[in-house]
Design a protein around this ligand. Structure first.
Ligand code: TMP
Ligand code: ASP
Length: 238
């Protein structure tokens, strides 16, 4: 065990490292690495990990207070937190309030088109396949999860959207879209919201100028990532 934490490294992803903290808990470390387009574009940006950890902890604490069950337990240090260990459900849940990103590409819709209701979409979490979109029926056929849990995932995702959209609107930010992941607690099988909620996994636009304060700044080379992410820290008074 040759890492700083002297804990067993269970998994290293593109933006995070996951260590075993104890039998029921993990330590999640946020890396400074940033990638886009399924890892095709890759950089290391000093302080990105710390900022994303702070924003993620802040949102998870807010959601826990509002009665959403998340994996977040407590902060550990400036770039890591302790989380409940779950068996991950291999889905990425995308919630969209406005057209952006792959939705625009797929359907030829203009960026910024406001939806009449939030759209919930799913991708299969599989890097090799490039996280392909998947329908609810295919999710059930492939037994990725049960119908009961899938319905719960949809309902929780919509609630998270309402809580975060309202919260961000108060500081002049539009929550355009975001990605969520879920798992079942190893300790008691409870469905938990897991992973991170950060400018890497959400689109945040200034309500007046429509300026991006999220990973699109990096994806589209339209400015400094740290400046954009720090704007979110400032607005949230973290
Ligand atoms: P998309 O428009 O590229 O499908 O992205 C929708 C939202 O999901 C956006 O806020 C970014 C987030 N996202 C991730 O967090 N991870 C991913 O791998 C992808 C494709 C999107
Ligand atoms: N798919 C993620 C994104 O661009 C990250 C990556 O693919 O490397 O948002």
């Amino acid at each position: 065990m040759v890492n700083n934490y002297e804990l067993e490294l269970l998994y290293e992803g593109k933006a995070k490292k996951v260590y075993k903290y104890n039998n029921y808990k993990l330590l999640i470390e946020f890396k400074d690495d940033v990638t886009a387009f399924n890892g095709l574009k890759k950089n290391n940006i000093i302080n990105k990990g710390k900022i994303n950890k702070q924003i993620s902890s802040h949102f998870f604490e807010l959601l826990n207070k509002k009665g959403i069950n998340t994996h977040f337990v407590r902060d550990y240090d400036d770039k890591s937190f302790i989380a409940k260990w779950t068996n991950l459900i291999p889905l990425e849940v995308i919630v969209r309030n406005y057209a952006a990103g792959s939705f625009c590409k797929r359907y030829g819709v203009k960026k910024g088109y406001k939806f009449e209701f939030p759209l919930v979409e799913f991708s299969l979490k599989n890097d090799e396949l490039g996280d392909p979109m998947i329908t609810s029926e295919a999710i059930l056929l492939l037994k990725l999860t049960s119908e009961e849990i899938l319905n719960e995932i949809i309902s929780i995702s919509k609630k998270v959207n309402e809580i975060l959209s309202r919260y961000l609107a108060e500081v002049g930010i539009i929550l355009v879209d975001f990605k969520l992941e879920f798992g079942l607690s190893k300790e008691d099988n409870q469905l938990l919201l897991i992973d991170e909620i950060s400018p890497d996994t959400c689109r945040f636009w200034d309500a007046h100028t429509m300026e991006s304060f999220d990973k699109d700044v990096y994806r589209e080379d339209k400015g400094d990532l740290i400046t954009a992410y720090t704007e979110i820290l400032g607005r949230l008074k973290i």
